[in-house]
Design a protein around this ligand. Structure first.
Ligand code: NDP
Length: 284
């Protein structure tokens, strides 16, 4: 019978643990980790994500500063804010909520966040460190996925892991992490030939595509582990993943639901990175 991986529950227990870590930092060192979140414009999805992050910060005792800027903010105004936050000793993590309005160069913004405060780990220095395995931070979604697999006692070593999606924030760093965990990794994308056949060879199939119900039972090897990263809206406006959950659950051994799977883990890993950044900056 399929086991549904409860990301919400796993992330809640991590949040409890992080709360104790933060309490300890406060009582032993008089230090309170602080995260600055910058949001430009009024993208409704971004607002929801930022709010969720703020709520979890509050639960853990991490101080959160929100900088809400209008859509017409210039690139140099945003850079000026980031330079200021880079210098502030009371700010340990800086996160710029993506996407940014099209007149702002996202890459330039991310590259100007001090790598030791880059809690999303999108900066090229942090991405490079992931390649060598010598990293301080891992991008939150890939780190959350590996944590979910390990917490569910799913063996990664020697398994064929097929990842659909090659974005810089999910697919590529996740491939590297799975490789560090001794999986044999195949990365697929929109130009991949024979996608269905490749998926059918996956012991662990991870979908990070952004298309509702793209993965159905006809591409799943019986007993495969299926991780759904997608966050989409179905035709009724409900949140759904890239995997046709109802059909795939009858053939998979493990599956993550949407919502309640990978999503909560992404926020938990952001909290972890903020605490790590604080420890690094304070030499603890
Ligand atoms: P991107 O749009 O950056 O990447 C999507 C990837 O899917 C691309 O590599 C693209 O290929 C590939 N793709 C698209 N169509 C096909 C196809 N027909 N066949 C095979 N591959 C295809 O998205 P992200 O990586 O940023 O996000 C992916 C999904 O995960 C989204 O739904 C997003 O909302 C969600 N997400 C969820 C998070 C969470 O916390 N749960 C966090 C981050 C993202 P190509 O490169 O060739 O274009």
């Amino acid at each position: 019978m399929v086991k549904i991986i409860n990301g919400k529950e796993i992330s809640n227990s991590l949040i409890e643990k992080f709360k104790k870590n933060v309490d300890n930092l406060k009582s032993e060192y008089n230090i309170c980790p602080a995260l600055a979140v910058i949001i430009v414009g009024d993208n409704p999805a971004s607002k929801v994500y930022v709010n969720n992050k703020k709520k979890v910060c509050e639960k853990i005792g991490i101080k959160s500063y929100e900088f809400t800027l209008p859509t017409n903010t210039t690139e140099s105004e945003l850079l000026k804010l980031i330079y200021g936050l880079n210098r502030r000793e009371d700010i340990n993590g800086i996160l710029v909520q993506l996407p940014l309005p099209s007149h702002i160069n996202e890459k330039k913004i991310i590259e100007n966040i001090n790598p030791i405060k880059d809690v999303d780990a999108f900066n090229e220095i942090n991405i490079g460190k992931i390649m060598t395995g010598n990293f301080n931070f891992l991008p939150c979604t890939p780190a959350g996925i590996v944590y979910l697999l390990k917490e569910s006692n799913i063996k990664i070593e020697g398994k064929h892991c097929v990842i659909i999606g090659r974005s810089n924030i999910v697919g590529k760093p996740l491939a590297m992490l799975m490789l560090h965990n001794d999986a044999t990794v195949t990365i697929c994308h929109s130009k991949t030939k024979n996608l269905k056949e490749i998926c059918k060879t996956a012991d662990i199939l991870i979908a990070a595509i952004g298309k509702p119900a793209f993965i159905s039972c006809d591409v799943i090897k019986p007993g495969a582990v299926v991780v759904d990263v997608g966050i989409n809206r179905d035709i009724n406006g409900h949140i759904c993943g890239d995997v046709d959950f109802e059909k795939v659950k009858d053939i998979a051994s493990f599956i993550t639901p949407v919502p309640g799977g990978v999503g909560p883990m992404t926020i938990a890993m952001l909290m972890k990175n903020t605490i790590t950044a604080t420890l690094l900056q304070k030499n603890i």
